[in-house]
Design a protein around this ligand. Structure first.
Ligand code: ACM
Ligand code: ZN
Length: 640
C-alpha cells in the first residue's frame, strides 16, 4: 500500500518536473511567415531583402497615379494617422517630390479586375490594380503593416513582390435577418470585415416565415404585420426543449437604410445580393395577405414563432401571387443593383398545392406532371420576370427539381452531389454545403458552446480543409463552380454578438478557401502563424469571436508513461492557463511558459485542463487531455 508520505513525495517530484515555474515567459522566436501575415494567402509572394520604413520626420508621400486611385491613397493616409499618429501627405504623381513614396496606381497590365501587384522596396511601395484589385492590394498592405510592425512609432513592411488574384469570382457570406434582426451599424461592421478579407458578396436573406425585413412601399402590411411575431422559440428543434420567450419581436429595414447599406458595401467592393424567399418560407407574408395562400378564403395565419418548415406557402395557381411577387421584386431591383437576385426556392412543402383547386388547375393547364413540376413552373416564371429586367436568379439547390431555366445559378446547400448535378447540367454553382460551411453549426463540443443547430460540427479547421470545387467534375464542368458562401442562419443567434461568435474566426478560413489556390493553402501556416496575428488584431476591436483552444492540445486520451505537452497561444499575446486538478481552469492556475513534462506512474492517470485568455480578457472553452499509463482499450467496431 502506498503511504501518504510517498504519495506526497511523488506528487512533489511530478510537479517539479511539470511546472518548474519561472515567472516571465521566454521571448518566443519570431517565426518567418512566407505569406507575410496576409489572409487570404496571396497567389505568389517573393521575399526581397530589406524593409520599407516610415518614421516621424521622414520625407515621405502617398502618391496616386490617377484619379481612381485617390480613394486608396486617402484610406492609407487615414490608417497611418489613426494607427501611428503619422501625418503623411497625399499628392498626385506629377507633383510628387518626396524621397520615399507609397504609390497607388490603376495603370497596370493586370487582366483580372480583382487582381493586384504589390511591390515593397526600401525606397518605396507600389500598389497596382485596375479596379477592386487596387483596394485588395491596399488590404494586403494594411495587413502587412499591422502584422510586421511591432511598435506604434514607426511603420515597417518587409520588402517583397506580391502578385495576387482570387480563385473564385463569388466569395460571400449569407446573413439571415428573418429569424433575428440586427442593427444597420452591425451590418456595416460585417461588410467591413468582408472587405478586409477580400470577400465580395453579402447575401442578405431578408424574408422568412418568422419575419419580413424589407420595406415595400406598395405593400405596407409587410412591415406592419409580417415584420413582427408575438413570441419566439427559445431553444432547439427538440420539442421537449422548445419553450417560448413570450416577448413580441420584430423590425425591418427601411428603403433608405437599405440604400445606405448597398452604397456602403459598394464603396468596399462588396455586392449586396437580396434574397426574397419563394414559394416556401412565406408564412409571414400570408399573415398579412392571406389571399395569397392556397384555396378559397384561406387563413388566418400568424407569423411563425417556432423553428421549422411550414406547409402554408404561396399558391402557385393564383395570378395574384405572381402580381404580388413581380411588384415586390420590382421594388427590390430598384434598391439592389446586383447582377443576381436570390429567390430562395428551398424547402417548399407540396401539401397545400396537392389539395388546392387553383394549383391543380395550373398543373392541368400547363401539362405538368406533378407538384415538383409546378415548383419548376413557379421558379421559371419568376426567373423570366427577373431576366426581363436584365438580372439573373440564384436559388437554393431545390430549384433543380422538375427542371430549371439554363441561366439560373444554383446555390448548393444540401449534399455536394446537388452541386455536382447542377454543374453537370451546365448551371453556374455556388457551393454553400451544410457539411463544411454552415456557420450555424458548432465550433466545439456541444455542452461547452453557445446553443447551435443540432450537432453539426464545422470548426475552423474543417472549413479551411474544404475545397469547393468537387474533384468529380471534368475541368470544363469545374468552371461552373463560381464560388463559395457560408450561410449564417440565425434561429439561435438572437444577438449580433452571437453572430460575431459564430462567424469568427471561421470567416478567415472561408476567405482563404475562396481566394487562395489549393496549391498555396497551408493549414499550419494559417492556423498557427497568421490567424493568431489576426485574432490579436480582432481582440483590440471590441468584436466578439470564438477564442480557439490552445494549439497543441485536444480533448483526448493519450496512453504512455512520459509525455511532453507543447502548447502555443492561438491569439498572439494571449496567455494559456492550465491545471491538473480537474477544475475549470482560470488565471489562478499555472501560466504556460514552457513545454510541460509529464511522467505518469504505471497504472495511473493524470489530466491537464487548459484555457486561453486573450489580452482583452476573452476566454476560450477549456480543453482536457487525459494521460493514462496503462493498456489502451481495444476498440469495439460497433461503438463507431
Ligand atoms: C437552407 O438551409 N434551407 C437553404
Ligand atoms: Zn394553390
Amino acid at each position: 500500500m502506498m503511504t501518504k508520505n510517498l504519495l506526497t513525495r511523488i506528487a512533489a517530484l511530478w510537479m517539479l518536473l511539470l511546472c518548474a515555474g519561472s515567472v516571465t515567459a521566454p521571448a518566443r522566436a519570431q517565426q518567418a511567415d512566407r505569406n507575410l501575415g496576409i489572409i487570404p494567402a496571396p497567389l505568389s509572394v517573393t521575399a526581397l531583402p530589406g524593409e520599407f520604413r516610415i518614421v516621424p520626420g521622414d520625407d515621405v508621400a502617398i502618391v496616386y497615379g490617377s484619379d481612381p486611385a485617390r480613394k486608396e491613397a486617402f484610406l492609407f493616409r487615414d490608417y497611418l494617422s489613426r494607427a501611428y499618429g503619422l501625418d503623411v501627405p497625399v499628392v498626385s504623381e506629377r507633383k510628387c517630390r518626396a524621397k520615399k513614396t507609397v504609390t497607388f496606381t490603376t495603370a497596370c497590365d493586370i487582366s483580372n479586375p480583382e487582381g493586384y501587384r504589390l511591390t515593397v522596396r526600401e525606397s518605396g511601395i507600389e500598389v497596382c490594380g485596375r479596379d477592386a484589385g487596387l483596394f485588395y492590394g491596399l488590404q494586403s498592405l494594411l495587413q502587412m503593416c499591422s502584422t510586421a510592425t511591432t511598435d506604434r512609432e514607426r511603420v515597417t513592411v518587409p520588402c517583397a513582390e506580391i502578385r495576387d488574384e482570387p480563385r473564385y469570382s463569388y466569395r460571400g457570406i449569407m446573413q439571415d435577418v428573418g429569424y433575428h434582426i440586427y442593427p444597420v451599424s452591425f451590418i456595416k461592421k460585417q461588410i467591413d470585415l468582408l472587405a478586409r478579407y477580400k470577400m465580395n458578396v453579402y447575401h442578405w436573406h431578408l424574408t422568412e416565415d418568422h419575419g419580413w425585413r424589407i420595406e415595400i412601399k406598395k405593400y405596407p402590411r409587410l412591415t406592419e404585420v409580417s415584420a413582427y411575431r408575438a413570441q419566439t422559440c427559445i431553444s432547439n428543434y427538440d420539442p421537449e426543449l422548445c419553450g417560448m420567450d413570450s416577448t413580441p419581436y420584430g423590425g425591418y429595414y427601411t428603403q433608405e437604410e437599405i440604400r445606405d447599406i448597398v452604397a456602403y458595401a459598394a464603396e468596399r467592393h462588396v455586392t449586396v445580393i437580396p434574397e426574397i424567399e419563394l414559394p416556401g418560407h412565406t408564412l409571414a407574408v400570408l399573415a398579412a395577405y392571406p389571399e395569397l395562400a392556397c384555396g378559397d378564403d384561406p387563413g388566418p395565419f400568424k407569423v411563425a414563432e417556432t423553428w421549422g418548415i411550414y406547409e402554408d406557402v404561396f399558391c402557385a395557381g393564383k395570378e395574384a401571387t405572381f402580381r404580388f411577387l413581380e411588384d415586390v421584386l420590382s421594388e427590390v431591383m430598384e434598391l439592389f443593383p446586383s447582377k443576381y437576385i436570390h429567390i430562395g426556392g428551398d424547402e417548399c412543402p407540396k401539401e397545400r398545392w396537392k389539395e388546392c383547386p387553383y394549383c391543380q388547375q395550373r398543373i392541368a393547364d400547363n401539362g405538368l406532371k406533378d407538384e415538383f413540376e409546378l415548383q419548376s413552373y413557379f421558379i421559371k416564371r419568376i426567373e423570366k420576370f427577373v431576366t426581363s429586367r436584365g438580372r439573373r436568379i440564384i436559388g437554393w439547390d431545390e430549384i433543380l427539381e422538375g427542371g430549371l431555366a439554363p441561366d439560373a445559378t444554383v446555390m448548393n446547400w444540401r449534399d455536394i452531389s446537388e452541386g455536382i448535378k447542377a454543374a453537370q447540367q451546365n448551371h453556374d454553382v455556388i457551393m454553400a454545403p451544410t457539411e463544411y460551411v454552415y456557420f450555424d453549426y458548432l465550433q466545439g463540443p456541444r455542452h461547452a458552446e453557445p446553443l447551435a443547430i443540432g450537432w453539426g460540427f464545422n470548426p475552423t479547421e474543417r472549413v479551411y480543409a474544404y475545397d469547393p470545387t468537387p474533384a468529380d467534375l471534368t475541368p470544363e464542368q469545374q468552371k461552373h463552380i463560381i464560388g463559395v458562401e457560408a450561410p449564417l442562419w440565425t434561429e439561435h443567434m438572437d444577438t449580433h454578438r452571437k453572430v460575431e461568435y459564430m462567424m469568427l474566426p471561421r470567416l478567415m478560413a472561408l476567405a482563404e478557401i475562396a481566394w487562395t489556390p489549393v496549391e498555396v493553402k497551408d493549414s499550419t501556416n494559417f492556423l498557427e502563424v497568421r490567424l493568431p496575428e489576426h485574432l490579436a488584431w480582432l481582440d483590440t476591436t471590441r468584436t466578439v469571436y470564438r477564442v480557439p483552444t490552445p494549439i497543441g492540445m485536444r480533448d483526448e486520451t493519450l496512453y504512455g508513461s512520459e509525455f511532453t505537452v507543447t502548447l502555443k497561444a492561438p491569439v498572439k499575446g494571449a496567455a494559456i492557463y492550465y491545471n491538473f486538478d480537474g477544475q475549470e481552469p482560470r488565471e489562478t492556475d499555472y501560466l504556460y511558459e514552457k513545454p510541460i513534462r509529464l511522467i505518469v506512474p504505471p497504472g495511473e492517470k493524470r489530466e491537464i485542463r487548459a484555457i486561453v485568455i486573450t489580452p482583452s480578457g476573452k476566454r476560450s472553452i477549456s480543453t482536457t487531455t487525459v494521460f493514462v499509463n496503462g493498456p489502451k482499450p481495444v476498440e469495439n467496431p460497433e461503438d463507431k
